[in-house]
Design a binder for this molecule. Structure first.
Ligand code: SAM
Length: 211
């Protein structure tokens, strides 16, 4: 959606991925059907920077895929912190365990396999930072399920809120994902329990702070 030359320019002016994330990015492109689901170099570095800024002790990710964003966040998190990441696709389980162990993050990153909407209510934890990046139709449900587990002053970051521009432009009847993202954006805009800023980085990020 953002001009390719501008994206390229931003990539060129961003620090290189760690060798491990570079390899994971390549492997994801070679081995999966939808590699563009992965956060990638610029967004990964942004997530890492956010972790360095916020120093969160308890992080939750909804939607692991091949583990790129989880590992990018872990790079910037304090040593005595942990990250839960939830993934529904069982085919990714062995790959993810192997990847997190190989990266030396097998203890700090706890992979939870299953539907986030079933797992979140069972989690006996509170979180300083939550990254929502799973099924676009369910964004409001993830948000509401996790909201009470976010500490006051904690953050929720939601990915793909521009949805390739379809969240913004009305030129076609919206598909289910577009409807989900549009409803979510409206929900957050009208939610007076939070402070928020929408960022046009990559496919759009909604950065939300619980008051
Ligand atoms: C966009 S990808 C995540 C990308 C990853 N966060 C990254 O940046 O590298 C979305 C993932 O969410 C998973 N997912 C979809 N619905 C889910 C649900 N209800 N619970 C848990 N995971 C789900 C999908 O299987 C997919 O792997």
């Amino acid at each position: 959606m953002i001009d390719k030359r501008i994206e390229q320019f931003a990539e060129e002016h961003t620090s290189n991925e760690s060798p491990f994330l570079y390899k994971l990015n390549r492997t994801t492109h070679l081995r999966t059907f939808y590699p563009n689901m992965l956060s990638g170099k610029v967004q990964g570095k942004f997530l890492e920077m956010l972790m360095y800024m916020l120093r969160p002790k308890r992080v939750l990710e909804i939607g692991t895929f091949t583990g790129y964003s989880a590992l990018a966040m872990a790079q910037g998190m304090p040593e005595d912190s942990f990250l839960y990441t939830i993934e529904i696709n069982e085919e990714l389980e062995d790959f993810l365990h192997h990847t997190f162990n190989e990266a030396g993050e097998g203890k700090r990153i706890k992979l939870l396999m299953g539907d986030a909407l079933e797992i979140i209510p069972e989690l006996d934890e509170v979180f300083d930072f939550v990254f929502i990046d799973a099924d676009k139709e369910q964004y409001i449900d993830y948000y509401e399920a996790v909201f009470r587990k976010v500490v006051p002053g904690g953050f929720i970051l939601s990915d793909n809120v521009l949805w390739g521009g379809k969240a913004v432009f009305d030129n076609k009847p919206p598909d289910k994902e577009t409807k989900g993202i549009r409803s979510f954006n409206e929900h957050i805009k009208n939610d007076n329990r939070v402070d928020k800023v929408m960022l046009t980085l990559r496919d759009g990020l909604y950065l939300i702070r619980k008051l």
